[in-house]
Design a protein around this ligand. Sequence first.
Ligand code: F6P
Ligand code: MG
Length: 479
Amino acid sequence: WKAPYPPYDPGDPKGFSYETVVRRWPIIITGVIDRIHRLNHDATMASRSHPSEPGAGGNGKNDGEVNEKIEEGKGIIGKASKLKYDMARDRALEKIEDDGGLNVDIFNVELEELVKEGKGSWFKAPWLFAECYLYRLMRTWFAMTKHWNNFDPFFAQKEDSFRGSAAAVYQLASMMQELESEKEALIKEPARLEVLWDEMIQMCLWGNATDLSLLTNLTHEDIEKLQTVEKETRDARKEFILCDDSDAAWEALKSGSDRVDFILDNAGFEFFTDLVFADFLVTYTPYISRVVFHPKTIPWFVSDVNPPDLDSLLRALSSPSSFFSTPPSPAQASAVKALVERWKKYFDDGSFSLSVPRETGYGQKSGADFWTDPRAYWNLHLDDPEGLKSLEGSAVVVFKGDLNFRKLTGDVKWPCSTPFAEALGPLKGRIPILSLRTNKADVIVNVSEDVARDVERKDEKWRVNGKYALILFCAKDGV
Ligand code: F6P
Ligand code: MG
């Protein structure tokens, strides 16, 4: 299916995609280079300081293997440096090599099409394709080595940023503990549940305000501010939500299916808010007993959730005093403990599950890698049993974040007043879609021309700076 409007691409120097290719991607790639450089340096120092000790380079490897790993690391650094050079000169995107992982053909067929149209280079390719391609390409660098095959170059960054989220984590854990004392009353009074549903949606929405691919713009203080979860702050932020379909989504939640799906976005704090939301659904509503979380199976857009990030998060919450930058008070510690124990139980008894095996590392075969396909969701096989088809039985499918929104709407230049249902193309009505998105890319739909003009006057960066948001719902009947 082809949308009636062209895709965003970096051809326009005023667009956010131009800034991304010129400024943000090089910073992200430099971050990867620095990380490997650092690990190589540490391994070299370790083997130098205890040269005769087997495995001084770490990970129980002998010196030959340590050297081999260091050489492979240098190879990756070389590829990353070359990529930065090529990108800045608008060179052609090369075919993705067959690294035994998924979606290689899909990327290469799409790329061939673009080449035919004269759009096969970094500044001419549609932004959505080029950005997905970038992360798939980086994966090949690691997949094709012996020692870095299961390495996520963004893992440390994800953990570090979660470490700094202590205040917001403790607040939300305490809020969930307070809810516990009201459990009986809540179950009897669905009207109060609906109020909480709205609160949960907003908490989970603003959890998306920060992502590490945008960290190239934000300071640490900015992030703490964005994570503030006090009710007054949330209320004040309501004016930044340009459209709010929470009520319609609440009706869908009561549709009879007992399952909700989360198409995840970022690890760390945002994933924490997803789990809080899911916990609310399973523990407090009579409608939902099962939540399925869909992570990415390769490192993706810096901070997206990969299966190992779940264990990392549960580990962090299991020992908050040693993990977080600020230790919890005794009361906060007990609130966090109650939460994490319940979540572990939910993962054990199947109330919560990942859509891929938890031990899936990065890019191993685990069925179709549906969520790291570069195409708009409307162009994916709607009948794929591992993809959209598997979501048809869900009461609500929550698509988290900006990239998911770009894929739902194809990242094309819709007039901003286009109804959400129309922007979904053939996807409309196939599954109940709730999109929780803070605006971090140019594409906008479902916002009237008047509102858009008004917001533009107040803040010309409203489409991309993460301060404004959309809560959009399209039901299974397409309304
Ligand atoms: O380039 C900015 C960006 O990469 C957006 O294009 C992308 O959609 C976003 O960052 C990632 O945001 P999120 O984590 O909310 O999907
Ligand atoms: Mg993301």
